[in-house]
Design a protein around this ligand. Structure first.
Ligand code: CA
Ligand code: CA
Length: 251
């Protein structure tokens, strides 16, 4: 039994808004940043998102636990990038750069100073103790950037930054960027009991799973099992046979 990779096609493109974001402070919390939101227009992308990462450039804040940041995509999906991280005791940071990536090795630190690097989107609590000021979603609940997998990236992306406690304030001096990967993911294969499980990203729409018993026969036939979506992957569970079976995605 063998899997087969499809050639990776697509593009990785970064869109940026380098304008300063001022993280304001007031006694009437939560306090919205300026601007609110900070926006990025994405145009010209021809495929759906297979992976999204977000960069924040030049974060300075005298008490980073005050900061909460939500990203909202062009179709309204949202993800909390960071909230109440970087220690509950006052731990200032100066000019750090963060990359948020679901596949990072670790979360942002909850109980120590924030440092520049790549981290998973992270929040201390699963929900907010306040309503997010409009026009942000009142109760943003997205927890990972995979929320954006499979969507058309074109349109307006909005970054809502607030400060949830007084005093202390800050800036994001270099703004932010989105790195959008529309590379069509490879076909993955694994074994589950007497079945094989084949999966590929739901960003790769319109593909048909095919199989053959002999790679040199060129006689591919459709696998007659409809894919179901599991964790943003099209997934097909197929029975194994005593014969070698090869799989591919065709379009
Ligand atoms: Ca806080
Ligand atoms: Ca504050």
């Amino acid at each position: 039994m063998s899997g087969m990779d499809i050639a990776a096609v697509g593009q990785v493109t970064t869109f940026s808004n380098t304008n300063l974001i001022t993280i304001n402070d007031s006694v009437n919390t939560p306090t919205i940043a300026t601007p609110y939101p900070s926006s990025i227009q994405v145009t010209g992308m021809t495929n759906r998102i297979s992976k999204l990462t977000v960069q924040l450039f030049g974060i300075t804040h005298s008490f980073p636990d005050d900061i909460d940041i939500v990203l909202v995509g062009p179709q309204g999906q949202n993800t909390v990038l960071m909230a109440n991280v970087g220690s509950e005791t006052k731990t200032p940071v100066t000019n750090i750069d963060l990359t948020l990536d679901d596949e990072a090795a670790s979360n942002l630190p909850l109980d120590s100073a924030l440092v520049s690097g790549t981290f998973k989107p992270t929040r201390r609590l699963s929900s907010f103790t306040f309503t997010y000021p409009a026009p942000a979603p009142a109760s943003p609940n997205g927890a990972s950037l995979s929320n954006f997998t499979g969507i058309d990236p074109n349109g307006t992306w909005n970054l809502y930054v607030i400060d949830d406690a007084s005093p202390d304030s800050g800036i994001i001096s270099g703004g932010w960027s989105l790195t959008i990967d529309t590379t069509l993911a490879t076909l993955a294969i694994s074994r589950s009991g007497t079945n094989v499980v084949l999966s590929w990203t739901n960003a790769a729409v319109g593909y048909t799973l095919q199989s053959t018993s002999a790679l040199n026969s060129n006689a591919w036939s459709n696998v007659g099992v409809a894919p179901v979506i599991v964790n943003n992957l099209f997934t097909v569970t197929n029975v194994t046979t005593n014969l070698a079976t090869f799989y591919r995605l065709a379009k």
